[in-house]
Ligand binder design. Structure first.
Ligand code: UD1
Ligand code: MG
Length: 455
């Protein structure tokens, strides 16, 4: 295989997005668009990658890190001008250079490989990746002569009415003979509707120099969607999600309604797990086998082991171990660790706490900054009082403890194994193993007083 190089165009601001976030950093299925691009580009094994940065340069660099070299395009004078910025890195190299935009996140590695192969097969100086669009609005159109040979690319804004009717579009992805690319770039001008240096003008320049320009048409227009505005961003997310959901279904995951299920790229799900409608699985989430992820649950950067049931709950940066169940309407905040066979029930909030095996926290309870052992029963409405207004304090609960309903555990406090707290107690002191703590005022019944209450 000849040397491959890649240039990623990512300097534009993305004016049409009307956003504070630079266009190529907008996420599709949880990942910035330019991240999708670099992952695909790396899969084609280029010897060097140069990313053209400008608007948001530091943020784009932070995203891509050492996987790419960077050339700064200080002023965004057009896609042709952008590619020129890579000259210092590449212009003397021999080989094939892929030029790809940072805003076409749906392109697949297979299509890029096909483009390279086609380019090599045709021995062309340039090969354009094209697609047939039902609605070509906004894209550059591919103009071919009467025998089908590519003549030029005309941008929407420069197209005559007749040219605008052409449905074959430029995806903004190309293979070039590297030396021919940088030679031709020197001849690009700005004589067009936008006064920019268009990379697309290179087609005519190469042809005038007697070079071969080919076009490889992908079958799937959806892949080449260019995201220039929020409508296209929503569409790209929809297509990417459908692709991700299909991959999980192929792997043995059931979806009640795939169209309303939102799974980020990179999430892992085991077979025979059932995903109900409205579920969002985000970031570095891993779900085991035989789980049920109930309707409208949102799980972010968390691990859910095998055979777990999550009912309509929110889980962040936490782990739920085998055979446990959570919800409905529980909230596991960061650093919660739910043990095997544990039960976390209705309206329970857990933060930075580990819950031992078979422990039950069934109802209306807050557990924060705590370590709970195994086979504990936490009654209804228990509060782990972890914050004194300034500092957070830790509570430790041993194995087989029974915490009565309505207990407040004022941290720092320690309940040893097999201890009990009476319902309604406010516990401020440690409880020894086998003891019961009762910390509430004794009840007084006032005979006949009920009739004095004016209700
Ligand atoms: C471009 C193509 C168009 C094609 C479409 C496919 C040109 C002139 N037009 O149009 O034929 O159908 O992509 O999606 O090339 N960029 C820079 N520096 C610049 C300008 C742009 O780095 O000075 C980057 C942008 O960040 C973006 C990419 O180049 O990632 C494409 O620019 P964009 O403005 O989106 O071009 P389109 O109008 O979509
Ligand atoms: Mg674009």
């Amino acid at each position: 295989m000849e040397n491959r190089y890649a240039i990623i165009l990512a300097a534009g601001k993305g004016t049409r997005m009307k956003s504070k976030l630079y266009k190529v950093l907008h996420p599709v299925a949880g990942k910035p668009m330019v991240e999708h691009i670099i992952e695909r580009v790396i899969e084609t094994s280029p010897a060097e990658i140069v990313t053209i940065v400008g608007h948001g340069a530091e943020k784009v660099k932070a995203q891509l890190g050492e996987r790419s070299q960077y050339a700064l395009q200080a002023e965004q004078l057009g896609t042709g001008h952008a590619v020129v910025q890579a000259a210092d890195f590449l212009k003397d190299k021999t080989g094939t250079t892929l030029v790809i935009s940072g805003d076409t996140p749906l392109l697949t590695t297979q299509t890029l490989d096909n483009l390279f192969d086609y380019h090599q097969g045709k021995k062309a100086s340039a090969t354009i990746l094209t697609a047939h669009a039902e609605d070509p609005t906004g894209y550059g159109r591919i103009l071919r002569d009467h025998v089908g040979i590519v003549e030029k690319i005309v941008e929407q804004k420069d197209a005559t009415l007749e040219e605008a009717r052409v449905q074959e579009i430029n995806t903004g992805t190309y293979c070039f003979d590297n030396k021919a690319l940088f030679e031709a770039l020197e001849k690009i001008g700005t004589n067009n509707a936008q006064g920019e240096y268009y990379l697309t003008d290179i087609v005519e320049i190469l042809k005038n120099d007697g070079k071969t320009v080919a076009a490889y048409q992908t079958e799937d227009f959806e892949e080449s969607l260019g995201v220039n505005d929020r409508m296209a961003l929503a569409k790209a997310n929809e297509i990417m999600r459908a692709r991700i959901n299909k991959m999980h279904m192929v792997n043995g995951v059931s979806f009640i309604d795939p169209a309303s299920t939102y799974i980020d790229a990179g999430v892992v799900i085991g077979s025979d797990t059932i995903i109900e409608p409205g579920v969002q699985l985000q970031g570095k989430t891993v779900i085991g086998e035989d789980c049920v992820i109930g309707a409208h649950s949102k799980i972010v950067d968390s691990t859910i082991e095998d055979n777990v049931e999550i009912k309509s709950s929110v889980i962040e940066e936490s782990i739920v171990r085998k055979n446990a169940d959570v919800g409905p309407y529980a909230h596991l905040r960061p650093q919660s660790d739910i043990g095997e066979h544990a039960h976390i029930g209705n309206f329970v909030e857990i933060k930075k706490a580990s819950i031992g095996e078979q422990t039950k926290v069934g109802h209306l309870t807050y557990v924060g900054d705590a370590t709970l052992g195994k086979e504990i029963n936490v009654g209804c409405g228990v509060v782990f009082v972890n914050y004194d207004g300034k500092n957070k304090h830790h509570t430790t609960v041993g194995d087989h403890v029974f915490i009565g309903s309505g207990t407040n555990l004022v941290a720092p406090v320690n309940l040893e194994d097999h201890s009990v707290t009476a319902a309604g107690s406010t516990i401020t002191e440690d409880v020894k193993s086998g003891d019961m703590a009762i910390a509430r005022a004794r009840q007084v019944n006032k005979e006949g007083y009920a009739s004095r209450i004016p209700y």
